[in-house]
Design a protein around this ligand. Sequence first.
Ligand code: GDP
Ligand code: MG
Length: 175
Amino acid sequence: IKIDNSSEPKFKLVIVGDSTVGKTSLLTKIIDKDFNMQTTPTVGVDFKNVVVEVYNKKVHLQIWDTAGQERFRSIAAQYYRRANGCLLLFDITRRETFTALPRWIEDITTNSNELVKITVVGNKKDLSDSRKVTENEADMFCLRQKNNINYTEISVKETDQEAITHIFEEMAKEI
Ligand code: GDP
Ligand code: MG
């Protein structure tokens, strides 16, 4: 993944999920080399333009991060508008962030285009001692959804950057 300073047309990828599940950390990690435990809450919708290479083709992505509005469950419809892909995060140590997924999926599918590709990401795998959702349960949940949702687990804190980059490459392929 490289920073994209070109003016090429871009696919829109949005990151959503409950507050403090690790959305901003994830976006920061693919851009900066180091995971920073001291993330400050995002102010104002933030996005980063990146270019990912898949099948020898450059895919330009504009990745959107929320401004923390998810705390009030009030993400504006325009945040999702024309999104081509969505990374939906939850925290495997906080069950309520998992049970919130159907509401997020509803939000995404009603406000973006119907072909939007969703990947659910279970984060904070490094804290698996306090895990409240099994990998199998999350897998099954995604399989039951009608929009063909993939499931993957990571630790933004400890998973190597290459594996995290892989999520974005897979998303770029799907798009
Ligand atoms: P956001 O509200 O979804 O954007 O969440 P943030 O990215 O701001 O992260 C919230 C908190 O979770 C921060 O203190 C992060 O350092 C922490 N965090 C994010 N990812 C991980 C992870 O994989 N493992 C652990 N242990 N902490 C994480
Ligand atoms: Mg954030």
